[in-house]
Design a protein around this ligand. Structure first.
Ligand SMILES: Nc1ncnc2c1ncn2[C@@H]1O[C@H](COP(=O)(O)OP(=O)(O)OP(=O)(O)O)[C@@H](O)[C@H]1O
Ligand SMILES: [Mg+2]
Length: 414
């Protein structure tokens, strides 16, 4: 038996495809005719085929679905329609391996030959990951991550972004925390719809261009745009990895620096549930860490926080993530770390994690509370606060690696 073909084709083309496959001299055989995408994905996960033939207008077919098929080792041939040229474009944007046109009455010229050439004459070659559309201009991506226990990831991300913007770097702040994004609230932005979910949806449909991303990420301070997050924790499936990857890729074209606030957990849910199709809650965090040029790893200065930070650093290193990282210890205070808290924390991190260059951010209850209360960045509310000065120093470091005249262009929309 040849390579199994999963056929999810609607209308007159279906029987023509089946006939064509059956006439391939045994190199291909239809193993499942699927009524819809759900059935197709189930068949792919059950290992029933090495090639999927899908209608371009198959309901709910998007980039994530093609990525799932690829993860199952299934190549994807999409059927376009010459009278609807956008179908072929969309299939390509979704990452289909091959797009062939069928005409209105379902004639399928040479589709089998082309499918066979995709399959390398019967062997299913490894599937290449779909390439994110590479923007022409190239900003830097900084992910802010840290272990559980609310060490201050959002606080660092928001204020790092605000300081970068104040230094004249075009900055985009992305809230990618799938456990309840609060960045919009912290910045006092009335947020009707999560921009990041809308951007991910557009990316999934192959429709995320620069003006669309700019429209979804309003300017909240001079040089600072915000792609707001999913504040209702149960909406996390709206951030699939393959779409966020595209959002972050497109963000490089929109901003000099993209700062991403992430969740805390790195466990891969599909490994937990053995269901490759299940959307993964932590995929957004993993994607942000994978895409980042720099990961700011945040911990807190109390004994539990330092221990969690040491483990978190080992965890990312084991996964080959955050190879370029900057360690920040937040809320440094003598009440919990002795009379010289900064020295104590730095010594512990050097000893247990080999980190020699930790950046310390002091506890600054009244200033941080005042900023939170007003929904503004620390620099606007308490510019002289010691915590703000530390974050301004971090921003200066990051800004030094990003030229102000980085080849990132203005977008012709607000
Ligand atoms: N340097 C600081 N001084 C005083 N309070 C701080 C400081 N940094 C953060 N906080 C406070 O600590 C709390 C947790 O901070 P934040 O929300 O940034 O943490 P997080 O790591 O993003 O947590 P979550 O898991 O909820 O996303 C907030 O109330 C914040 O105002
Ligand atoms: Mg947070």
């Amino acid at each position: 038996m040849g390579v199994g073909v999963l056929c999810a084709v609607q209308g007159a083309a279906e029987s023509a495809i089946v006939q064509a496959v059956e006439g391939s001299g045994g190199r291909l055989s239809v193993t499942r005719r699927c009524a819809d995408l759900t059935e197709l994905l189930a068949a792919a996960e059950a290992g029933l085929g090495g090639l999927a033939v899908v209608s371009g207008d198959l309901d709910r077919l998007d980039r994530e679905a093609v990525a799932v098929l690829h993860r199952c080792g299934v190549r994807v041939v999409g059927l376009g329609d010459p009278s609807r040229p956008w179908l072929a474009e969309r299939l390509t944007a979704h990452g289909a391996d091959l797009v062939v046109d069928v005409d209105v009455d379902g004639r399928v010229p040479d589709v089998v030959r082309e499918a066979l050439s995709v399959l390398g004459g019967g062997q299913v070659p490894p599937v290449a990951a779909p390439q994110p559309v590479s923007p022409t201009r190239h900003g830097t991506t900084v992910a802010v991550w840290g272990a559980t226990g609310a060490p201050g990831r959002t606080f660092v991300a928001v204020n790092l972004a605000a300081e970068l913007a104040a230094l004249g770097r075009r900055t985009l702040l992305v809230d990618a925390d799938t456990y309840g994004g609060v960045v919009a609230q912290v910045l006092g932005v009335l947020d009707e719809a999560p921009g990041v979910a809308a951007a991910a949806r557009a990316a999934g449909q192959g429709a995320l261009d620069l003006p669309t991303l700019a429209r979804l990420a309003p300017v909240v301070l001079p040089e600072l745009r915000l792609l707001s997050g999913i504040s209702r924790a149960d909406r996390w499936p709206e951030l699939p990895a393959s779409s966020l990857e595209l959002v972050l890729s497109q963000a490089r074209a929109l901003a000099d620096v993209t700062v991403v606030d992430t969740g805390f957990c790195l466990e891969q849910d599909e490994m937990l549930s053995y269901d490759t199709r299940a959307p993964a809650r932590n995929a957004a965090t993993l994607t942000a860490l994978e895409q980042a040029d720099l990961v700011v790893v945040v911990g807190t200065a109390d004994p539990v926080g330092v221990q969690r930070l040491v483990r978190a650093l080992a965890d990312v290193a084991d996964r080959g993530l955050a190879l370029t990282r900057r360690v920040v210890v937040n809320r440094v205070r003598s009440t919990v770390a002795g009379s010289r808290p900064g020295e104590a924390v730095a010594a512990a991190l050097a000893r247990y994690a080999g980190v020699e260059d930790v950046l310390l951010v002091p506890e600054d209850r009244s200033a941080v509370d005042a900023a939170m209360l007003e929904g503004r960045a620390l620099r606007e509310v308490a510019p002289g606060s010691p915590a703000r000065r530390s974050l301004a120093a971090l921003a200066a470091e990051v800004a030094a690696t990003v030229r102000a005249d980085a080849p990132v262009g203005r977008v012709p929309v607000g």
